[in-house]
Ligand binder design. Structure first.
Ligand code: SF4
Length: 271
């Protein structure tokens, strides 16, 4: 049985704005969910905290209105929470939202001093109109878990037509146009740790301003629940599966090799 009382205390399921949740690197991060209705993503990563993605698609449209988001955000501000950063993420891939630029601008107007981030799987960055929608952000964090098409398919389980080549094409184009920071976030596990040489080559080519190393510490839920957008409290009353993570020694080797062989700033969840 789900503990409804506990769930209501921790989560606000009717809002496109969730948290703030304590992020291991960003401080108090307020989540913004431009997808919201169902879990919708151009990936179906086998470690996704949302569980099996309900709509695996790269279709771009308005998923939730900017008006609702602004109303939810204003309501949240009334509680005067501590917000260090705003992060667009939520119930799937945020760049699938056609009105993302409106949302970014509306929040900037209400909170001009709070930096805005996005966590994206980068599958749509090859489209010029999508890159244009992101120009108001401070930092774009792109997900790269694989350095070859085979591992990409195994880990990210993309929508038809989505390839690693397409992802990298989009990131290269973004690098030429975007004035803010571009960071990389990678989920490491035994499956991709074996391709470390190629991953290092890729990082040397992309040269992000930071690499964030993660490992799937949160278990994979059997089903979607909107509260999983920010479920760092690890309250689960439905079936979850633990995933294979890197152990601390493997993570240290990975971190050291990346630093030594790229000279880039690296942050590890095991730090
Ligand atoms: S890209 Fe993010 S939201 Fe999409 S399936 Fe992967 S982890 Fe989940």
């Amino acid at each position: 049985m789900r503990d409804k009382k506990k769930e209501i205390e921790v989560f606000n399921n009717k809002s496109t704005v969730y948290g703030p949740v304590k992020s291991w690197r960003l401080g108090m991060s307020l989540g913004i969910d431009p997808i919201f209705q169902t879990s919708t993503c151009s990936f179906n990563c086998f470690y996704c905290q949302l569980g099996q993605i309900q709509e695996i698609t790269d279709h771009i449209k308005e998923y939730v209105s900017t008006e609702k988001l602004v109303e939810d955000y204003k309501n949240l501000l009334k509680e005067k929470p501590q917000i260090d950063v705003i992060t667009f993420s939520g119930s799937g891939e945020p760049t699938l939202a056609e009105n993302l630029d409106e949302m970014i601008a509306a929040i900037k107007e209400l909170s001009p001093d709070i930096p805005q981030y996005i966590l994206t799987n980068a599958t749509e960055l090859h489209r010029p109109e999508v890159r244009k929608r992101l120009q108001g952000l401070d930092t774009i964090i792109v997900k790269i878990d694989a350095s070859n098409e085979e591992t990409f398919k195994q880990i990210n389980r993309p929508a038809p037509g989505v390839t690693l080549e397409r992802v990298l094409k989009g990131i290269r184009a973004l690098k030429k146009e975007f004035k803010g920071n571009i960071e990389v976030q990678s989920m490491f596990m035994p499956l991709n740790n074996k391709d470390l040489d190629d991953y290092i080559k890729l990082m040397n080519e992309i040269r992000p301003s930071l690499i964030q190393l993660n490992t799937p510490k949160r278990p994979y839920p059997s089903e979607w629940h909107r509260e999983n957008r920010g479920n760092h409290a690890k309250i689960f009353d439905y079936k979850v599966t633990d995933l294979k993570t890197l152990n601390q020694d493997e993570a240290k080797v990975l971190e050291k090799r990346l630093r030594d062989e790229t000279g880039l700033e690296v942050l590890s969840i095991y730090r």
